[in-house]
Design a protein around this ligand. Structure first.
Ligand code: SF4
Length: 652
């Protein structure tokens, strides 16, 4: 099915068995700057699943490169052993392994405890992501950092890796030298393009000298920076053309964006609002200008899309990083011509980059086994198959049913509505969120594949459980919208956000609408945009400091951008108090002052939800062993619900 994708690719002296790779991404599976067992197993799983190349996450090459609390470091020889363990694990499966050598320049988080270094950059131009003012680098420091890149690359080679990638993408240090808006130097490292390229060229030359031949050396660049100024400040195609002409590189790896892009840094891990393979045209431009292989990354989450990119010659290989986080066996399934068995990444960003930004190991909302390979990496078949009854067909119940069936149990899932999927079926109806529905579609096809019997439109109670007498019951009855006490007087229509989304806004009056948001998740922001796009004047009143404050940063940026384009007015620090005929009353949570909104035609409540736990309480009386999972325990994210389902089924 995918002839080009599964053809080998020569990168310098390294032969990749196929064109699918995992690009460098932070995992938070690092301890004291070193590789952990968890990281070894994480990469082993992706290599075993058939990836042709894994590019390991960035490794700091100088003490001033320690840009987060959990960055891998390659500043001394102690790193070699950890890298060697990953290389051995990956090579066992015929997968090549490259590392990344890295300096963030001004892109350093502000240190809360003095553990992170002062930021350095070509010039004192502040960073827009962390709002840090860097110190300009002296020429002596430039030489020290260049030597650090070379030493780091030499250590990767000693550890048995196959290549190294110099990170000049996403506005990190080499990109800061290239960009005339950030590089204001008047010495030989600033000014015209050759001068601005000098730093990167010195790095490449030093790295090549340190690693010699037989080891791939490449550079990662942002093909488009999406600069917030009108024109792209860096002519990256010309930079690549000149680097290729220098003859020291084996490959280029193209992505997009920087921390200072329009709409913020979301291109670093583009959310689902960006189109599949949207970076391929930028890669194609660079490919047309150079002679060496060009790799590309950016929302390529299905082998069908990757095949098109490589077959059209836009790039020679595709990073499918989140696709591999979501389903490490994706390449093997594609090669076996079983694309329907692939659990496709939906670009939600919640548990991969979302976890990184929260400072804990990455995972996947659809596959909580990711990052937990040592605990759940191997499916343990049950020695004693039993009858398992799952009540509730949301993500928690579906995952529990799938895993219990995979383990060999006989599983029946009961769903009260006409369709399994739970809240995912609502989330997918929101503008720009249709891909979210893939989470339900993927679980639905896994239910079919593993032989789970699904019965819809069945309300299960304790009497039915007693009559059926399963060996174990998993209760996943979900939640209902939460409505606190409100002073509601008069005849203003008051609707629950879930009902509005379920009706695609068709049940909501025209005119002026207030959406009251308490959770700061996708519900309030999404329903506000949905109603505004249909021509209503919408005011979103949020209880916190900003709309979508509990969303992953890049998803929040894209949803906020869409809501702003739809002209949603946002009022922060506003707690709903009540409403009458045409007025909504709120309280400013900072000042205690009333906020009175007149002339309102309808009020939509996005005030969270509460557990539907009646059956959980009743099931005890049956004497049958049971486990509660998901929203019926307490309001859960999809990720928490799916993890609950996995844990419950692993224990049956
Ligand atoms: Fe993809 Fe979401 Fe999983 Fe991340 S958490 S890998 S974006 S499905």
């Amino acid at each position: 099915l995918f002839p080009t994708l599964f053809s080998p690719l020569q990168v310098g002296d390294v032969t990749l068995k196929n064109r699918i790779f995992s690009s460098g991404h932070d995992t938070v599976m690092v301890h004291d700057g070193a590789v952990t067992d968890q990281l070894v197993e994480y990469h082993r799983a992706r290599a075993a699943g058939g990836a042709g190349l894994i590019v390991m996450q960035v490794a700091g090459i100088h003490e001033t490169a320690r840009y987060t609390y959990h960055v891998l470091m390659a500043t001394d020889d102690s790193c070699i052993e950890g890298y060697r363990r990953v290389a051995d694990a990956v090579h066992e499966h015929g997968c090549a392994l490259f590392g990344q050598v890295f300096h963030p320049g001004r892109e350093i988080m502000e240190s809360q405890d003095g553990a992170l270094p002062v930021a350095y950059a070509p010039s004192a131009v502040p960073n827009e992501r962390f709002r840090v003012m860097p110190r300009p680098m002296s020429q002596a420091m430039i030489a020290e950092v260049v030597a650090g890149y070379a030493a780091g690359a030499r250590r990767l080679r000693q550890a048995g890796l196959d290549g190294v990638e110099i990170v000049a993408s996403h506005g990190y240090l080499p990109a800061q030298f290239l960009n005339p808006e950030l590089n204001l130097r008047t010495d030989q490292y600033g000014g015209d393009l050759d001068n601005r390229m000098r730093f990167l060229r010195e790095i490449i030359a030093a790295v090549r000298e340190a690693v010699g031949s037989g080891f791939a050396v490449g550079v990662r660049v942002s093909g488009i920076e999406h600069s917030s100024v009108e024109d792209e400040p860096t002519d990256i195609v010309e930079v690549c053309r000149r680097l290729d002409a220098d003859g020291l590189l084996d490959f280029l790896n193209v992505t997009e964006g920087t921390s200072a892009s329009r709409s913020g840094s979301m291109h670093i891990v583009p959310p689902m609002s960006e189109e599949a393979a949207y970076t391929a045209p930028a890669a194609a431009k660079i490919k047309a200008a150079v002679s060496i292989p060009v790799l590309v990354a950016g929302r390529i989450n299905q082998p069908q899309e990757a095949e098109i990119v490589v077959a059209k010659g836009q790039a020679d290989a595709c990073a499918m990083t989140r696709a591999l986080i979501c389903d490490p066996d994706m390449p093997a399934k594609a090669l076996a011509e079983r694309p329907d068995d692939i659990r496709a990444c939906i670009g939600c960003n919640q548990a991969c980059i979302g976890h990184f930004q929260s400072g804990y190991p990455i995972s996947c909302i659809q596959r909580p086994e990711t990052g937990r390979e040592r605990e759940f990496g191997t499916l343990v078949l049950t020695p004693k198959p039993t009858d398992v009854m799952v009540v509730g067909g949301g993500p928690a119940g579906m995952k529990a049913a799938v895993v219990a069936a995979q383990r060999g149990h006989r599983v029946t899932l009961y769903e009260a509505s006409g369709r399994v999927g739970g809240q995912v079926l609502l989330a997918e109806r929101l503008p720009g969120r249709s891909e979210f529905g893939g989470a339900a579609t993927n679980l639905q096809s896994e239910l079919d594949r593993y032989g789970v019997i699904v019965k819809t439109r069945v309300e299960v109670d304790a009497a039915m459980i007693t009559a059926e007498r399963p060996d174990h019951v998993i209760i996943a009855t979900g939640a209902t919208p939460y409505r606190p006490h409100l002073e509601l007087d008069g005849d203003m229509p008051v609707l629950e956000a879930w009902d509005v989304i379920g009706a695609n806004g068709g049940n909501t009056p025209k005119g002026e609408i207030v959406v009251a948001d308490w959770r700061g998740d996708w519900t309030g922001l999404g329903v506000a945009e949905m109603l505004a796009r249909e021509g209503r004047k919408v005011t979103l009143c949020v209880n916190g400091y900003a709309a979508g404050e509990n969303l992953q940063q890049f998803t929040r940026v894209s949803m906020l951008r869409a809501a702003t384009e739809a002209k949603v007015r946002i009022v922060p620090h506003a707690r709903l108090f009540g409403a009458d005929d045409d007025t909504v009353y709120l309280v400013n949570t900072l000042t205690g002052e009333p906020i009175i909104l007149d002339g309102i035609d309808g009020l939509v409540l996005a005030l969270g939800h509460q557990q539907n736990d009646t059956l959980l309480a009743d099931v005890e009386s049956t004497g049958i062993p049971f486990t509660g999972v998901g929203d019926c325990l307490a309001p859960r994210t999809v990720e928490e619900a799916v993890l609950d389902g996995l844990r419950a089924a692993a224990a049956v």
